[in-house]
Design a protein around this ligand. Structure first.
Ligand code: SAM
Length: 266
């Protein structure tokens, strides 16, 4: 998978070098390229923002540097390289606009006004060949950049929750952590994905490790029993109880198929 991030604060993305994310990059599971938006601003001060038309508070990110940065991302897109024929240059705007939607890379624009990110969307995004992220600052990006981008990208404004951050870089980090760990080979133990929260409609059960007693608290006896069937049942029951008390909205919207007969006796 190829990922591009365009930002005026590339250092915000430095943790991508660390831990399992860094390992996924080193092992070639994901190719992450960070672009500094200011490299595409050519005045003396490398200006990337200006006052809003119509007045009002704050500044708006200028279209010109975003356009040039996105041109660079398009020129390097593996999706366009694989779909462009020998007689179809990739930088031909008319050819780009004629491309079928499925042949366009995805452009995610972090925004508190976007579709709310969740685990289901993370699974879908982990299947993409090329995702570009356009995290903004100030009041956001000149809207014409999004309109223009539709010619060559599938554009998706995405929010990480109902609150407002200073800028979109942290939102990109959140999405990348959730997406990259779902790429086959990116998890130390892929079985960890099977029962975790937000996969299968329930939150995860409580977990314990050694020692068996700690500050007067004991590990539930069943977990020491070696009875795998009973442990699986206990964990499932705990998942249901926890989801019921913490996220009743998930229980309320669960489909009938999610439950088995023993669940109903709880
Ligand atoms: N004026 C904008 C609004 O009310 O929708 C908020 C701008 S915010 C200060 C600057 C940038 O931070 C946004 O353009 C977006 O890139 C990012 N951002 C802020 N909150 C976010 C959230 N909940 N999810 C994703 N991105 C967010």
């Amino acid at each position: 998978m190829r990922i591009d991030v365009i930002s005026i604060f590339p250092d915000y993305l430095a943790p991508l070098e660390l831990s399992l994310l860094g390992k996924a990059r080193q092992e070639g599971l994901v190719d992450v390229q960070i672009h500094n938006l200011r490299d595409f601003a050519f005045d003396r001060h490398k200006t990337v923002d200006d006052t809003p038309y119509g007045g009002g508070a704050g500044m708006v990110m200028k279209a010109e540097p975003w356009g040039l940065a996105l041109d660079r991302v398009l020129a390097q897109s593996p999706v366009l390289q694989s779909s462009a024929g020998a007689d179809q240059p990739q930088d031909d705007a008319a050819a780009a606009s004629a491309r079928a939607e499925g042949e366009k890379p995805l452009l995610i624009v972090p925004s508190p006004a976007g579709t709310v990110f969740n685990q289901q969307l993370a699974y879908e995004l982990a299947q993409e060949e090329h995702i570009a992220f356009a995290p903004a600052r100030y009041e956001g990006i000149d809207e014409r950049v999004l309109d223009w981008s539709e010619e060559s990208f599938r554009v998706m404004p995405v929010s990480i929750g109902d609150y407002v951050l200073y800028g979109g870089e942290v939102a990109v980090m959140v999405m990348l952590e959730a997406i990259i760990r779902l790429i086959p080979g990116a998890m130390g133990n892929p079985e960890s994905l099977a029962e975790e929260s937000h996969t299968g409609g329930l939150l995860e059960y409580p977990v314990y490790t050694k020692p068996a007693q700690w500050r007067g608290r004991e590990v539930p006896e069943i977990l020491l029993s070696g009875n795998h069937g009973a442990i699986a049942r206990w964990r499932r029951d705990e998942q249901i109880k926890r989801t019921f008390s913490r996220r009743y909205d998930m229980i309320a919207s669960a489909s009938d198929e999610m439950w088995d007969k023993k669940d109903r006796k709880l």
